[in-house]
Design a protein around this ligand. Sequence first.
Ligand code: GDP
Ligand code: MN
Length: 399
Amino acid sequence: MDIHEYQTKEILARFGVPSPKGGLAYSPEQAAYHAHEIGGNKWVVKAQIHSGGRGKAGGVKICDSESAVFDAANEMFGQRLVTEQTGPAGKVVYRVYVEEAVDIQRETYLALVLDRASERIMVVASREGGMEIEEIAANQPESIIRTTIDPAIGLLDFQAREIAFALKFAPSQIQDAVRILRGCYQAFRDMDATMVEINPLGELADGSIVALDAKLAFDDNALYRRPEISELRDKTQEDTREMQAADRGLSYVGLDGNIGCIVNGAGLAMATMDMIQLAGGQPANFLDIGGGASPDRVAKAFRLVRSDQNVEAVLVNIFAGINRCDWVAEGVVQALEAAPINIPVVVRLAGTNVKEGRQILARSGLPIIRAATLSEAADRVVTAWKNHKTQSGNAEAAV
Ligand code: GDP
Ligand code: MN
């Protein structure tokens, strides 16, 4: 789960990581009021969306009067910001953060991530901040420092100092940098985070070091014991389809293709997506209904897949071990009877109670295309999708 920049800054501040003075606004009036309260004569207005790259997309504006703050906020509210990270759908701005604008001397990069290879938390840092880590990796790969942390001992002072020196902080700044590093590590551990990113970690004219932008992501599997974090969830920033799936206990990832997939088991779901591509189609989603799915759950999954406007054919691919093919078949029939469908549906069943499952499909009298193997299923769904497309194209032309 992701949270907003202002929320991250608030959390990190509790761990000793400083950032400029700021206030959150839900209206332009509130934004101007915050500017007045913060004082000074220069502010930054920042769109709060779950994405980086806001600067380039017009989501970060420097203003030199309270009325300019009002105008910048006014323009951002309700706007759909499309950044390099949001995809073409973008994300809508409902909150803006107003901060005192500071005089930046230098921008560095600091992140803590989970390194799967070493199974440890890893600090990734660079003296070249401000741009995204992908750009740093492409332009100045030699500037990137990576340090893994032993979970039994935590981040040691000498490691933190080494990182601080590599970031080119002056001896007088090392202590501050070390405090920030330790704070980030502590926040990561204490909050069940999966990532902390400060980009830029800025060095100001007076030599102080502050987090100018900050991002925190959390482990969804630990949210049950972090109610204070769950509360920060902002559903307006999440993929509607994925959110609905999570609410129903299904693992779902929305994709850009048009063949909806309902599969049990993550490995089989991956293989199914590959087979669809091999057959010349594109999957619209990854959906794992899990083991032991009841007819009701299958029907829910079906409705979820169909709610995606891009879906023009559906493939149900079940290899039942713990699952039962008859239950899955019942779920499919239940979903189709409740809401008839005018796109092709291909079902491939194998494993426990396969005979009963196939009988249920056959007896339903529904126009379900059946397949025996995975490759047959992928071929059939892609062929049926193509035929359906030409037919509906002809029908439209005839009107
Ligand atoms: P992102 O584009 O979503 O990563 O948003 P950031 O918060 O990182 O802002 C983008 C850029 O705006 C930063 O890299 C800074 O160069 C600039 N910026 C942000 N805050 C300030 C500030 O207080 N003063 C100045 N001068 N620039 C700022
Ligand atoms: Mn940034």
